[in-house]
Ligand binder design. Sequence first.
Ligand SMILES: Cc1ncc(COP(=O)(O)O)c(C=O)c1O
Length: 470
Amino acid sequence: MTDEYRAAFDQAYSLALAFHDSRALRSPAATASFEALRAALYVPTPDEGVTAPEVITQLAAAVDAGLMGAAGPRFFAKVMGGSHPVGVAVDWMTSMWGQNSGSYHGSPAGAVAEQVASSWLLDLLGLPSDCSIGFTTGATMASFVCLAAARSKVLRLAGWNADADGLFGAPPVNVCIGNDAHAAIFAALRYLGLGHDRVIRIPTDDAGRMLVPALSGALASRGGPLIVIAQAGQINTGAFDPFNEIADVVHRYGGWLHVDGAFGLWARACPALAQLTAGVEQADSWATDGHKWLQTPYDCGYAIVRDSDAHRRAMAYEASYLPAAGGECREPFHYVPELSRRARGFATWALIRAFGRRGIAAMIERHCLLARRMAMRLTSEAGVEVLNQVELNQFVVQFGAGEPPERRDHLTRATIENIQAAGTCYVAEATWHDRLVMRFSVISWATTEEDIDRSADSIIASWRQVNAGA
Ligand SMILES: Cc1ncc(COP(=O)(O)O)c(C=O)c1O
């Protein structure tokens, strides 16, 4: 390697490690404004290049104040894993290796790493070992892939070949979805020509779980191809749909059950929590993320499909220059929309290898205990209203219990702003059943009990300050 490139790598390495070591001390939120970031990054389209070390220096300096602290220990606003160092180290090698893991011939190692990681994932998640898995950018694309397979299969059962003939003239597909489904599902339905509004919305309970009698009622008057979408881990409450009952209903009507389990499906990897997901194994497809509870660096999701023929029919394509992998090896590009892509199997393999089954279970269980600890402190010390039973790692709260609804929304927003300004931890607002709430999610490998206690102190102090000035 040339001295110039070696210097760039040395610099990138030092800067990355310095960032890692300062995560707990940095602001958990970006501090620079849009204008400041644009001014720092913008120059007229460069006519001449600069040296590699200079590029690294310029970029790191320009973006530093615009980096969020999702890789840090006190970032609770979004359901984001913490880019574990093992995954980051492997990702560095993945980039250096420059593997195009679209096909076996593009990267034999990348394809086999995905195949082995797939078998580990199915084992950890307690799903049938002959499911096929596509490695995607995240859970949104994983649901897209799964629902493409679902569309293919249910229409095929109705005598229509959607993969060949598209949707024009196809029998209408009934798509049922819980009222509290994640926005990602609606996006996936839109991409698939199934429409985000042309769905049958099924009422939910106060934790966001689909009401099965309502599902049965909705289906009683309808026939034809059917897809039902349930979820493992509601984004606000962490609640799980009643999969056993839902699967009974869906399969009685010959439908396809898809589960969005972006983070919640991982409860299955934790014996103490697996019961929450009872019956989820009866679904036909599952979407989940690597970059949430498995802590892979961005980006990484998994589209898991029971009927691998339907999965392949929806995704595979032929090209004369792409020889078949042959033998027992699966072709990665038969299971996702992309051909050329990053070798996500390496980071997935590495993190499962690094944590082991027991390490993953312990981390998930710890996160759920920490979420409960935070909820307990907020209620017992500050009378904050926790709106859901904390069964997983997520909960939502409102400040100002006893006040009229609009006032509670106002106090909650003001408290969140105060917490953000204090800078100890990062939380943000969400909406839950028409109420403005603060969502709290514990999902980073880096979060400790001390982080939770420091954050609880800050949240309680911020609320008391707002309440005193209210
Ligand atoms: C339940 C659920 N589904 C889907 C998604 C979207 O996942 P991704 O951002 O990986 O596409 C999320 C993200 O938080 C989620 O919580």
